[in-house]
Structures are given as structure tokens and as C-alpha cells.
Design a protein around this ligand. Structure first.
Ligand code: FES
Length: 163
């Protein structure tokens, strides 16, 4: 199946098995070293990428869903301004994810802070449930929630200054 999509800023036209998961497309076809997990199904949470600005577990996204989508992996996300906000929030809250989940957690925090920016009344329980897709105990959920709120706040202030 021919798939046209944008991955990390590059327009691609790929010939793929329609059911091949995005995690394997990134690893095997695109040599992307920032997604290296493949538990085959929502077990570890270590394969998050941004698809049209929303975090998804790439092992759960079949190739046929990629058509006309924009994917950002940690490869490019780590150089964005948003990542500096997330780093700042890690420092301010005083906790940082371990090496294993750092990339995936940062991608999920980005997605949730965007959601909270658009819908400030999103209940904390919903945010906590989305944060819990990562099966790693290096950070506690309350700290994660503080980080998401702090990143949202940094983005909101920047938006106010711009307007
Ligand atoms: S590799 Fe996707 S959830 Fe584990």
C-alpha cells in the first residue's frame, strides 16, 4: 500500500504493508533510533510519538492510518521550544524521567499540555489516566501532573505575551 505522510518534517511516499505498525516503520524503514520499543500492544508505553500534535503509541498505529498525517518523533521534538519548557518544568518540580521513559514521557507531556491549554477544565483524573500508559515507576503521578500543569502555564504565558 502506498502511504503519503510527513515524518519529522519530511514528506514521504512509502510502500508499506498496510498493517505494519508505525513503531516498526520508524525502526525498520526509516532508521529512527528514538523509537526503539515494540511490545506489540500498549504494555510499556515507550513508543509515543506525536500524530497531528496528539500523542499516540506508535506500536498501535497501523500504516494505513498514516496517510496524510503529520508525525513528529523525539528525533525532531527534542530540538523544539516545547522541549525546553518540559525540561524547565522537570527542573522546577525537581524530578526527571529515567533514560528508559524520558522520550515517551516528554512526548505525552507535550500532548497533554496542549490539551490542557485548549481545554483548561479537563479533569485531573483524565490527565492522570493518560499519563499512566507508561509502565515505568521512575516518577510519581502527582509529580507528572504538576509538570503537565507547569508546561501548560509556560505555554499560556508565552501565548499572552505574543498577543
Ligand atoms: S511498544 Fe508501544 S506500548 Fe510498548
Amino acid at each position: 500500500m502506498k502511504i503519503e505522510c510527513v515524518i519529522d518534517g519530511k514528506m514521504l511516499s512509502l510502500n508499506l504493508n498496510s498493517n505494519k505498525p508505525l513503531s516498526l516503520v520508524l525502526q525498520e524503514d526509516l532508521d529512527n533510533s528514538t523509537v526503539n520499543a515494540h511490545c506489540r500492544g500498549r504494555l510499556c508505553g515507550l513508543c509515543a510519538v506525536l500524530m497531528d500534535n496528539e500523542a499516540v503509541l506508535s506500536c498501535m498505529v497501523p500504516a494505513f492510518e498514516l496517510n496524510e498525517k503529520e508525525i513528529r518523533t523525539f528525533e525532531t521534538f527534542q530540538k523544539e521550544r516545547s522541549m525546553r519548557d518540559i525540561e524547565r518544568a522537570y527542573d522546577e518540580v525537581g524530578v526527571k524521567p529515567c533514560e528508559t521513559c524520558y522520550q515517551s514521557r516528554s512526548i505525552i507531556i507535550e500532548s497533554l499540555s496542549n490539551k490542557l491549554l485548549e481545554r483548561p477544565n479537563t479533569p485531573s483524573e483524565q490527565i492522570i489516566s493518560e499519563l499512566s500508559v507508561i509502565d515505568c515507576s521512575c516518577m510519581d503521578t502527582e509529580d507528572m501532573l504538576k509538570i503537565v500543569k507547569r508546561v501548560t502555564d509556560l505555554k499560556r504565558r508565552r501565548n499572552v505575551r505574543r498577543s
